[in-house]
Design a protein around this ligand. Structure first.
Ligand code: DX5
Ligand code: ZN
Length: 222
């Protein structure tokens, strides 16, 4: 089996909202692979961030793909609008959707990557019906809603189980992204458990040397 490429996706939630254009420019210069955009509706999660207009604005100055994480109810109502806004990857929580399969198919039909996200209390069985459709599985290692929370160690076992499930289904090509509390102290454990995409908000934007942090995360396995 080919070794999967490790990708780093800094979360813009921890960037300076007064200077998003600069943040986008920086991400490319710092060597990030994706710009992770956290969309929250105040209903699925107890926090509000931004929607399609912001994604559209970010796309104008984006030099790397936009990885859009929808934390909203009924994401099926909005996925095409996020596609139009310029999302390159769209992920959503299956427990927030009444039309998970249809929404995934719609995203794929647009030639955009799609994925499903599981909060820490949501079992892998929720994504089993959709293994054929997804390009990415996101394992939340904190409860979705806020940046800067502490990594939940139990997530490591879930990542391992997720990788085994994907391999057994003949989907070793699917990316496993881990989101929440990721930093230099746990990146090696997360990657060795079977993940290959790391979201990092506070670890990157709060770092005195973001490019160094990004390369440390990428090279955590040595
Ligand atoms: C949480 C978001 C995360 C968050 C990550 O709901 O999905 O993407 O911004 O931030 P850190 O890396 O600070 O935990
Ligand atoms: Zn996220």
């Amino acid at each position: 089996m080919l070794k999967k490429q490790i990708k780093i996706a800094p979360s813009l939630l921890s960037a300076d909202f007064c200077a998003m254009g600069e943040a986008m420019k920086n991400l490319k210069a710092w060597g990030a692979d994706y710009a992770h955009c956290d969309v929250m509706d105040g209903v699925f999660v107890p926090n509000l961030t931004f929607g399609m207009p912001m994604v559209k604005a970010l796309k104008k100055c984006a030099q790397i793909p936009l990885d859009v994480h929808l934390m909203i109810v009924k994401p099926e109502k909005y996925v095409m609008q996020f596609a139009d806004a310029g999302a390159d990857i769209i992920t959503f929580h299956p427990d927030a959707s009444e039309k998970t399969g249809a929404a995934l198919k719609e995203i794929k039909a647009r030639g955009i990557k799609c994925g499903l996200v599981l909060n820490p209390d949501k079992p892998l069985s929720l994504i089993e019906p959709y293994l054929e459709l997804i390009d990415m599985l996101v394992i939340m290692s904190v409860y979705a809603g806020f940046g800067g929370q502490s990594f939940i160690r139990d997530s490591l076992a879930k990542i391992g189980k997720a990788r085994a499930l994907l391999n057994a289904a003949g989907r070793s090509d699917v990316d496993i992204e881990v989101d929440g509390g990721v930093g230099e102290g746990n990146a090696a454990d997360i990657l060795s458990a079977g993940a290959n995409v790391l979201v990092a908000g506070s670890a990157v934007f709060g770092s005195p040397n973001p490019p160094k942090t990004i390369s440390a995360l990428r090279g955590a396995l040595g």
